[in-house]
Design a binder for this molecule. Structure first.
Ligand SMILES: [Zn+2]
Length: 273
């Protein structure tokens, strides 16, 4: 699943490809991807004639700012965008935005779990899904004090807390494992038992991990490709994710894997007590 750094990379790449383009038609092959408005024909009608003004991101959501509307898109497991000049969509292409210049922005999604919500400009922030998101780890409002306030009474593991998008938006399985390794905190530790210094380490390393990954263009786990079809390079910098049994890059003990918070979780039990 693309996480914050991958979505940031997609956003930057797509913006170069579609900024300023005018949508002449929308084709939808799998209506369930369109979550708002209810009626897909209404969606098509509203989007027709709109210009792609800019693209932003919040957490793992892409936010297309059109002339009069805002399109909020989540790629979920396998969603991808690509800009094409042909008219031969494959069976995994579910939404197509045709532009006046003859190019087409295609949304492909093998698993069909992705979502699109269309709002009147500005309304996107007061409705689901964006209104439920906590602060992004890379922004100044994600602080140790904030995190401590959220975990004071929880019985959940720190891994579960960091995956909770209402606490912080944009950390997924890969980057939670990486940030906790860098912070030397065991992912299964009950979050309410963390002291202020440990919370501060988590916050610092969550920010650093994501910033490093954004600089590298994200990780290219599985079929993930960014908007241009290039791979990200962060995979080479992973300490624990996907390295079960391989030697820890810090202490050489084998990286372990278990299930924490319902997710495959990688850690070094020597470095992360
Ligand atoms: Zn280690």
């Amino acid at each position: 699943m693309p996480e914050l750094p991958e979505v940031e990379t997609v956003k930057r790449t797509l913006l170069e490809l579609v900024e300023g383009k005018e949508i002449v038609e929308v084709q939808i092959g799998w209506p369930k991807i369109i979550k708002r408005p209810d009626d897909v024909e209404h969606f098509k009608m509203l989007v027709r004639g709109q210009r792609m003004e800019t693209i932003k991101r919040k957490g793992k959501f892409l936010i297309f700012h059109l002339s009069d509307y805002t399109l909020v898109s989540h790629l979920r497991m396998e969603g991808k965008y690509s800009l094409v000049t042909t008219n031969e969509p494959d069976k995994h292409t579910h939404v197509r935005f045709l532009f006046t210049d003859g190019t087409t922005l295609e949304y492909q999604d093998v698993r069909k779990f992705g979502t699109m919500h269309l709002f009147d400009k500005g309304d996107e922030l007061i409705h689901a899904p964006l209104n439920k998101l906590g602060p992004e780890p890379i922004l100044p409002d994600f602080t140790a004090e904030y995190l401590l306030g959220k975990i004071k009474t929880t019985s959940r593991s720190i891994k579960a807390v960091l995956l909770d998008q209402s606490i912080t938006a944009g950390l997924g399985n890969i980057y939670v494992d990486e940030a906790l390794f860098r912070a030397r905190i065991h992912p299964g530790k009950i979050a309410s038992q963390l002291d202020a210094e440990e919370a501060a380490r988590i916050v610092i390393h969550a920010k650093e991990t994501l910033e490093d990954a954004i600089r590298a263009g994200g990780s290219s786990i599985r079929s993930y490709l960014n908007g241009n079809g290039d791979m990200g390079y962060f995979q080479q910098q992973l300490f624990v994710y996907g390295r079960k049994g391989a030697p820890c890059k810090v202490c050489s003990a084998p990286i372990e894997k278990n299930v924490t918070a319902g997710r495959g979780t990688h850690f070094c039990s020597h470095c992360q007590r």
